[in-house]
Ligand binder design. Structure first.
Ligand code: CTP
Length: 405
């Protein structure tokens, strides 16, 4: 993935045990395609050496405002002008206090003060003991940093290096990387609530057997991530899949189509967009057995009868129309042939403004896909790409079609 291709990040380290995580974070930024210039405070150098950070970033580390390497002797100006973002990880309590006061007596705080604010965002990842984090002075500083336009990332909870347990750990390297990638995504769904279904459903035959399908949930999960990156509040109703929950997304796990319908109905009223990416079972066994069905040795096979599941998407779309159509509904169609004709027919049958067609056998379980969007204006092709890249494009297409919020 090259989510940060072409981006130049100044990665600032202030003093804290969490400097060990900054090493892996730096590696993640580079792997995501960014160029990284590391700047360290003197305190940070007590926790990790510049040699390590130089090796991982592929650039010599800066730590002094008197660094004579710069022709004009102004590293604070040069480094801050080159950056697409400055990320301080870890940001110690002391370093944030310095930012709040506009202190400029070391290179890192100096370049934060000197950065062109309208063009170079500053992101800080706090890292400290739980008492220090909860202290009113720190909380005041965090509020002031936000008011000054700094993006203050969250903290993790759990065991701390000091042996205590609570809030204040620095986010993990993959969480930091996600936050940086998210920062650069256009906020086309800001202020919107997006409800998404994903994955297969599981229809019980008895307590140990059931009917399901090959949907991996990857497309729906990628859409949840993309919608969150785009600034939306996201609720993800997921059938049984073993995928990690995208950061910042509220996940509701369900098994059957009926469970999924209940979970969707509970959130639909608050949503602005409903994306039905789940592969919902069309039928379920009419009478699921309460106990495991046993072979009795006679060679007779159990006769299964089926009933139709509720159509979640069609029901939600119908309800939305009845309420004046404020909820924008998007359906998916997984077909094996005649994609356009089936997608058009399904769009009409489900009563939704946008239907997204894909070829099922070409996408189930894979990391890539190709989509065909069908709406009242015609068709739009999103050619084969990774599911996250496609999800971002689809989110942008949906955002363009929404009434202004
Ligand atoms: N869907 C749903 N509830 C169902 C069945 C489908 O919400 N009980 C949604 C899916 O999430 C998808 C769309 O409807 O967004 C299309 O589902 P699909 O199963 O492909 O369509 P069907 O109506 O079942 O048509 P067919 O099986 O004939 O292709």
């Amino acid at each position: 993935m090259s989510d940060l291709a072409g981006k130049h990040i100044v990665l600032g380290l202030s003093g804290g045990v969490a400097c060990y995580k900054a090493a892996e974070f730096c590696r993640g930024l580079v792997k995501a395609g960014a160029t990284v210039q590391v700047v360290m405070t003197e305190a940070a150098e007590h926790f990790i050496t510049p040699v390590t950070m130089q090796a991982l970033s592929g650039r010599t580390v800066y730590s002094s405002q008197w660094d004579a390497r710069e022709g004009n002797n102004m590293p604070h100006i040069n480094l801050s002008r080159e950056a697409d973002a400055i990320v301080i990880a870890p940001a110690s309590a002391d370093f944030m206090a310095r930012l709040v006061h506009g202190r400029a007596d070391d290179l890192l705080s100096l370049l934060c003060l000197a950065r062109p604010r309208e063009r170079v965002p500053l992101l800080v990842a706090p890292a400290m003991n739980r008492e220090m984090y909860a202290h009113p002075a720190t909380q005041r500083n965090l509020a002031q940093l936000r008011a000054d336009g700094t993006v203050v990332l969250g903290v993790g909870a759990g065991e701390q290096a000091c042996g205590e347990t609570g809030d204040g750990r620095m986010l993990e390297p993959d969480e930091l990387l996600y936050e940086v990638v998210r920062h650069f995504q256009p906020k086309v769904l800001s202020g919107r609530h997006v409800l998404i279904t994903a994955g297969p459903t599981f229809e019980a035959i008895d307590p140990v057997r059931g009917l399901t399908n090959r949907s991996s949930g990857k497309m729906g999960f990628a859409l949840a991530r993309a919608a969150h990156e785009a600034g939306a509040q996201v609720t993800l109703v997921a059938g049984p899949v073993a995928l990690p929950t995208p950061r910042g997304v509220q996940r509701v796990d369900v098994m059957s189509a009926q469970d999924m319908q209940r979970a969707v109905q509970a959130s639909a009223d608050a949503a602005d967009v409903f994306i039905a990416a789940a592969a919902v079972a069309d039928w379920r066994p009419a009478n699921a057995a309460g106990q495991k069905i046993k072979k009795d040795g006679s060679g007779e096979v159990p006769a299964l009868a089926f009933v139709e599941n509720p159509d979640i998407l069609a029901g939600v779309a119908q309800g939305a129309r009845a309420k004046g159509g404020a909820l924008y509904c998007v359906g998916f169609a997984a077909e094996s042939h005649d994609l356009l004709a089936h997608a058009q027919a399904k769009r009409a049958r489900k009563g939704v403004p946008l239907l997204v067609g894909n070829i099922g056998p070409d996408t189930f379980g894979r990391d890539d896909n190709a989509l065909l969007l069908v709406d009242e204006g015609g068709t739009t092709e999103l050619p084969r790409d990774g599911k996250l890249a496609l999800a971002r494009r689809l989110v942008a297409e949906i955002a363009r079609r929404l009434p202004r919020g």
